[in-house]
Design a protein around this ligand. Structure first.
Ligand code: SF4
Ligand code: F3S
Length: 112
C-alpha cells in the first residue's frame, strides 16, 4: 500500500506534509503535491499533518484515480522536502468541491 494525495490539496498546498516524511517522497506540481507510491514506506505520519485532510491511505475505497495521478506525476514533478509559505489564498480553497476539474494543473512546481 501507499498513501496518496487527493484533490483536497489542490490550491491549498499547505506543505506541512513534506516536513515530516522520513523518505522525502513528495513531488510538487503547480497547484498540489503528490506522493511517489514506490518510495512511500506507509508510515502514515503525513496523514494527520495535512490541514486540508488531503492525504489518504490507498486502502480506502475509490482512490484509484488518485493513485494513478500520484504515480504519474511523481516521475515528472520535482522533489520537495522543505515547506514554503502556502498560496496566499489557500484558505479560500480549503474544503471546496470540484477542484480537480476547475484547478488541477499538470505543470511542475518549483521543488526545493
Ligand atoms: Fe512519507 Fe510516510 Fe507519508 Fe508515505 S506515509 S508519504 S513515507 S510520511
Ligand atoms: Fe497538500 Fe496537505 Fe501537503 S494540502 S501540500 S497534502 S499538507
Amino acid at each position: 500500500m501507499t498513501y496518496v494525495v487527493t484533490d483536497a490539496c489542490i490550491r491549498c498546498k499547505y506543505m506541512d506534509c513534506v516536513e515530516v516524511c522520513p523518505v522525502d517522497c513528495f513531488y510538487e506540481g503547480e497547484n498540489m503535491l503528490v506522493i511517489h507510491p514506490d518510495e512511500c514506506i506507509d508510515c502514515g505520519v503525513c496523514e494527520p499533518e495535512c490541514p486540508a485532510d488531503a492525504i489518504k491511505a490507498d486502502t480506502e475505497p475509490g482512490l484509484e484515480k488518485w493513485l494513478k495521478l500520484n504515480k504519474d506525476f511523481a516521475v515528472t514533478w520535482p522533489n520537495i522536502t522543505i515547506k514554503r509559505d502556502p498560496p496566499p489564498d489557500a484558505k479560500d480553497f480549503d474544503g471546496v468541491a470540484g477542484k480537480f476539474e476547475a484547478h488541477f494543473s499538470a505543470k511542475p512546481g518549483k521543488g526545493d
